[in-house]
Ligand binder design. Sequence first.
Ligand code: TXA
Ligand code: MG
Length: 353
Amino acid sequence: MVLATEENIQKAADVLRRGGVAAFPTETVYGLGASAFNRAAVARVFELKKRPSFDPLIVHIGSLSMLESAANLEALKNENRKLLEKLIQNLWPGPLTIVLPKKNEIPDVVTSGLDSVAVRFPKNEIAQKLILLTGDPLAAPSANPFGRLSPTRAAHVSAYFPAGVDIILDGGKTDVGLESTVLDLSSGAPRVLREGGVPQEEIERFTGKMTSRALNSPMEAEGGAFKTPGALKIHYAPKTVFKLHEAGAMLKEPFSPSKAYLFYSFENLRLYAKKNGLKINENELPAHERLWALCGGAGEPSCREAAAALFDVLHMMDALDALEIHAEKAPPDGLGPAINDRLFKAAGSVLEA
Ligand code: TXA
Ligand code: MG
């Protein structure tokens, strides 16, 4: 793990150009990158992550001029091409991944044989510099072993991969904290395949109302053929047994010292502590070893704050010696649905009463 100085970004670009694998920060979560044109390097990313080969990777570009090295815009329907322009103008660079028709030059190993490619232009400057210095778009999934919590710090990546990653650039904690929103424009009407860093409402300013939100269980919804293979039910799972409650319902749970509790707001944490006679320290994090909150410590709860804290807090809670983690859902607007999607998956889709 090295600090993301100019010199080390250059080193990482050299590693990538020689066919190596580099972990780097983006504004969402850390990525595990390889040159999208290097089949062997991309195969190593799959191998390191133990990711099934049917789950395609996102291709990251460092400037708009790189877009056409990955996507075949000629093959886009006219309406979708216009929409793409608006989305690019307003939301790129940023936490929005757009699925587009694929250029032949992008090898099948990247897209798991699909004729579409997911493209993302990250806002993080370290990521942009790294891609531009490498000169190729980077195929990069989140830098966690398949099925584990996404990394929001370089230290998470080095703990996950003590060997095998050629260089890990440390750019501090990521800002958004949730993976990008994945929007499919490759054919037909635009559709959100994964909720993430850009709330669906924000995309709908350009697309108009989209009929359905991303499906938590596309396998069921589409009769076994899932559209975004990464959207499996159990994903981002902590090692500790994880139970999810409807908003507010966790307040009724009796306190057990062998469990840890994750509240959406600090206000709920405070209420719960009072109800159960637990002493909390308002000026420390966590306020109580067993009680955690995603947001609202110093003021109004905000979804952005909660999203940014989510994986970070889950990593810390997973490292406690608790037998179970109980969490409550976020309110259903803004980034709430994306947060709830991650919580839902961490719980393996089991919702407690
Ligand atoms: O924020 C992010 O998106 C992070 C950072 C590193 O950029 N990356 C990330 O990648 O979350 P990953 O591999 O963990 O998730 C990529 C998602 C998966 O759900 C995958 O199935 C979907 O994008 N995807 C990739 N290519 C696709 C395609 N051609 N069609 C449909 N879904 C695709
Ligand atoms: Mg991932």
